[in-house]
Write a protein that binds this ligand. Structure first.
Ligand code: GTR
Length: 332
């Protein structure tokens, strides 16, 4: 009996040891889930996938990234919430969607705050860019701001008629990102701003829930909105960069060395995405033209009319960000 008991006990100990070492290995292996609303081949998706590949190579597969693209996990509001609770590790989202969570970012959501996309790049690459990434990390909102991503300039498009001047926007139902600033922006231009998640835009355009939306050429084309909206007007009312954020909960669970790897590859992803963006944006315009999309480039005078129209937005939100706006404008 004694022997049998001893043998059972030994067996149990061996089994426990095997289990413990097995689970230690399992704990070390970490698959980091990433979310992006865009499809395979989109610059932001490619850049985060390559961050994942570098992480895998550097850790011999201990860390890896699983990309959930094309809104498999919902829109951007959902992605942010999932990152906050640690259900996913990375969310690549627009500052338009992040502004309601970290208010400091909303300064970038003011229409025409940047002179052009180059100006925006100089701002995000410099001290202000780092400061705003840190604001996200220190916001207490469960997120770590890792890197910026380019997203060009946003323009109006619709299913009804070409928007040649601001008067053409009158009464049109225009989908905007879920941020009150954009509803105010669309309304100040004479349209009716309809906030909704990105996951609902295509169907809403198709079924006439909205008459139009606004976005950069790659989103317009590669998310297929151009198949239902045949008019695209280049007025560049918003130049909103995007951010790669990480779940603070998951970040905090990682070793300092692993955090350093993630931070390094995220910065490289920012550079890679920018290069891919320029090529992709051109491809999008070419594809739109080939598909017979009527493209209107607003004249300088008409652009001035768009800029003047958004004055109420600046009056309402501008004062809060006055010091930062001044610094942004001073960036060459
Ligand atoms: C795209 C952007 C997405 C999302 C989308 C939208 O340009 O890349 O992150 O913000 O616009 O309009 O919701």
């Amino acid at each position: 009996m004694k022997l049998a008991t001893a043998m059972i006990a030994a067996g149990l100990i061996a089994a426990a040891a095997a289990f413990a070492s097995g689970s230690a290995v399992a704990q070390q292996k970490l698959v980091l889930k990433a979310s992006d609303v865009h499809p395979t081949g989109y610059p932001t998706v490619t850049a985060v996938e390559s961050l994942g590949k570098k992480l895998s190579d550097a850790t011999k597969g201990r860390l890896s990234v699983a990309m959930y693209r094309s809104m498999q996990l919902g829109g951007e509001k959902e992605a942010i919430e999932q990152a906050q609770v640690g259900a996913i590790a990375f969310a690549r989202v627009s500052v338009g969607a992040l502004g309601p969570v970290v208010d400091d970012l909303n300064v970038f959501n003011l229409p025409y705050v940047f002179r052009n996309t180059e100006h925006m790049q100089h701002v995000i690459d410099g001290a202000i860019g780092q400061e705003l990434l840190d604001k996200v990390t220190n916001s207490g909102k469960g997120l770590v701001g890792l890197a910026w991503m380019d997203a060009g300039a946003r323009n109006f498009y619709d299913t009804k008629k070409p928007i040649k001047t601001i008067a053409d926007l009158k009464g049109m139902k225009i989908r905007v990102m879920g941020n009150p600033m954009f509803v105010d922006m669309a309304n100040s231009m004479g349209a009716n701003g309809v906030p909704m998640g990105y996951d609902q835009v295509f169907t809403s355009l198709q079924t006439g829930v909205v008459d139009g939306a606004e976005n950069n050429p790659p989103s317009f084309v590669f998310d297929n909105h151009y198949q239902v909206a045949k008019f695209y007007t280049i007025d560049e009312h918003l130049i909103v960069p995007e951010m790669l954020v990480m779940s603070k909960k998951i970040w905090d669970s990682m070793s300092k060395d692993d955090q350093a790897l993630v931070a390094k590859f995220a910065k490289e992803a920012q550079q890679e995405e920018r290069k891919l963006w320029d090529v992709y944006e051109k491809q999008a315009m070419d594809k739109a033209k080939a598909a017979g999309i009527q493209i209107v480039a607003v004249s300088a005078a008409d652009k001035k009319a768009f800029q003047d129209a958004v004055k109420p937005v600046w009056d309402k939100y501008g004062p809060k960000y006055a010091a930062m706006i001044k610094r942004i404008q001073e960036v060459k």
